[in-house]
Structure formats: C-alpha cells, structure tokens
Design a binder for this molecule. Sequence first.
Ligand code: NAD
Length: 370
Amino acid sequence: MDKFRYSSYAQEVIFAPGAIAQVSDAVERFGWQRLLLCTNNSMQVNRNVDLLRSALGDRLVATFDRVQPHVQDIQVDQVLGLALEHEIEAVIGLGGGSPIGMAKAVSYALEPSIPIIAIPTTYAGSEMTAVYGITHSQENPPRKVTVNDSKIVPKLVIYDPELTLDLPPEMTASTGINALAHCIEALYSVTRHPFSTAAAIQGVTYISNSLLSCYQNGKNLEARTEMLMGAHLAGLSLAFVSMGLHHGLCHVLGGTANVPHGIANSIILPHAIRFNADVTAPQLLPVAEAMGISFIGSSPQLVMEAMAQKISELIAQMNLPQRLRDAGVDLKESDLPALAQLAFQNRTVQNNPKPITEPAQIETLLRAAW
Ligand code: NAD
C-alpha cells in the first residue's frame, strides 16, 4: 500500500498498575470540576467504583451504575437527564465497552459535547476510538447503529491492569478475542497504513503471549499487564482504520440477535479469516508468525488455515462457544438469511477487503458458524 490517509487524536493515555490513583491529578490538570460516572454493577461489587470515588472526592457529582450491554437508547435518555440536572463538565466510562459507549453517547448528545474519561476494565478497546454503537431498542428487530465523530474520542484514558484482576475468565477470553480480531481486521483493512500495521502486529504479539495465562489465572498481574497493553494497541489500530466483514457481522449479531460482543467475535473470527484468506493472507502472515505457526513447506493459504485452527483451539481452550447455536441467545437457524441480508447492508461489511457482492456469501458463512 503506497498511499494512506488517517486521523489521529489528541488523548492523554496513562498506563500503569495502580494508575487509578493518578486520576485526580489528571482531572485537575484538565480543570474538570463536575464529573458524571457511567458504570455497571460489577464495578460496585469488585470495588473499582469505590477506588475511583475515593480518588475523585466531591468532583464526582453523579453516578449511573446500571449500564446495560450494547448501549440502549432508552438508557442514554436517562443518563442525559442526570447530566443536565448536575451540570456536568466531563463524563467517565468505567468498565467494558458498554459503559465507555454510554459515556460517548451522552457526550455526543450534549451541546456542546463534553470531554470523556475512559477507564477500561476489559480488552474491548473502545477507549481509543471515535466510535460508539447505540441500539434502537424500539425498532423491530432492534438495530444497532454506529456513530463516528472525532469529538467523542476520550480525552483521558487510564489503563490500570489491577482493575482487570477480577475480570471473569469468560469475559477475559471473549474480550481478549475481540482485541485479537481488531488487530487482524486492522492488518487487512482497506484503509491500513504503516502505523496501524505496526500497532496491530505488536498487539497480536502481546495478546498471543498473555491471553491464555490471563484466562487460566486472572490474578497474574504480569500477564494482565501484557494483555492490557495488547488491548491498547488493538484499540489504537482499530481507531485508525475501517474494519471489515468480521466486525460488521458481529455488530449485526449483537444489535439484532443480542449476542454478547465478545461471544460473537469468538464464533465468527475463524470463519471470517477463512472467508478472506485468498485475498488477505499476505497481510496476516505476521499474525501466524506471532502465533508460532511454521511456514516451512506451506503455502500462504495453508498457513492461514493453520492460523484459523490455532485460533479455534485457543477459543476452545478458553471454553467459549464456537457455534452460533450455542451463543446462549434466542436465535434460530431459520433467522440466518434475514441476518445475512441485514449484514449485507452494513457499511463495515461493505468495507471488507474481499468484495461481498451478495447476501448469500454471508449466509454461507453464518451457516458454517451455526
Ligand atoms: P461490556 O462492557 O458489556 O461488559 C460485559 C460484562 O463484563 C459486564 O457484565 C461487566 O459488568 C463485566 N465486567 C467488565 N469489566 C469487569 C471487571 N474488571 N471485573 C468484573 N466484571 C467486569 O462488554 P465489552 O465486551 O467490554 O464491550 C462490548 C460493547 O462495547 C459492545 O457494545 C461493543 O459494540 C462495544 N465496543 C465498542 C468499540 C468501539 O470502538 N467503540 C470497540 C469494542 C467494543
């Protein structure tokens, strides 16, 4: 690729075990006085909210602690009400991609928009991007729409691996595979460039080294730290480029069939790799290398197949579902043609490096994943 164009964003990123203690100084530097926190119950249970509350003191003027997955439009209205009532100056998302997405949705809806502080506790990567998804829950079927605007890039990102020590094994595994998928789609993105490629290759290296260890022993701070660095680079590469079939399909499965985002990623990723392999093998060879796959006597296609299998094995070792029928949601095989049709209209799917010319191609993939 000899031409490229991308936007990068002004963000302060603080990464350190124990970094949550630095939030107060950082907020002070920015001059934000009245803060609203978006989070969910698990952050109360594992006391991450207490840590943040004691770090921020009376600057934290309001908390919404019931954020549901996939940012529901009805909840955005409730949080907006809180924001207006308390005249907030900045909004914090503490938790996974859902609370961070909620913080973005609230910021976006306010005029003028307000700054966002993201404190991620999963590997989903939303903290680095100018994108959020919002689910229009009253539509039939419910539809998840993405909003892309540079004004909702979090201004301050605090990565504290200690906040991830309680991330349950299943969420560790599924959001870790989500991060791996960001790197893979960034590497073959139609808008890739040298910086996104460098971030994605290093991200894959960290993730391949540490994800299984984090799953096997969540309290391993060294592995958690390496994995969070991988997730950071994955989020960074995601922020720079457009994604493809894999992400578009996961969004449709999340918004319409309510499949949790990380689970959708685990089920679809090996299939998306196989679907794209004839076009994308040259870009994905560094991933295979980072995963220790031998190239000797192999064609790029065989290397891609070995890589898809290795990722499937990792997903199986982490006990994640590998078939759509096992995703734990009310989805029937007869729903697949309609899902394929919806996915075909999805902008991200249409950005896939291998052109998708008819919904039947997606239906075949979904049936293979069924
Ligand atoms: P999530 O935010 O929905 O969280 C899933 C579950 O994990 C929740 O029950 C939460 O309470 C729990 N959890 C999170 N951190 C925990 C911790 N440290 N300890 C214990 N429990 C914890 O899931 P997610 O996969 O992080 O995010 C998915 C959402 O983010 C989707 O809506 C997806 O579309 C969006 N997303 C957006 C981007 C972007 O660039 N905008 C990128 C990735 C994902």
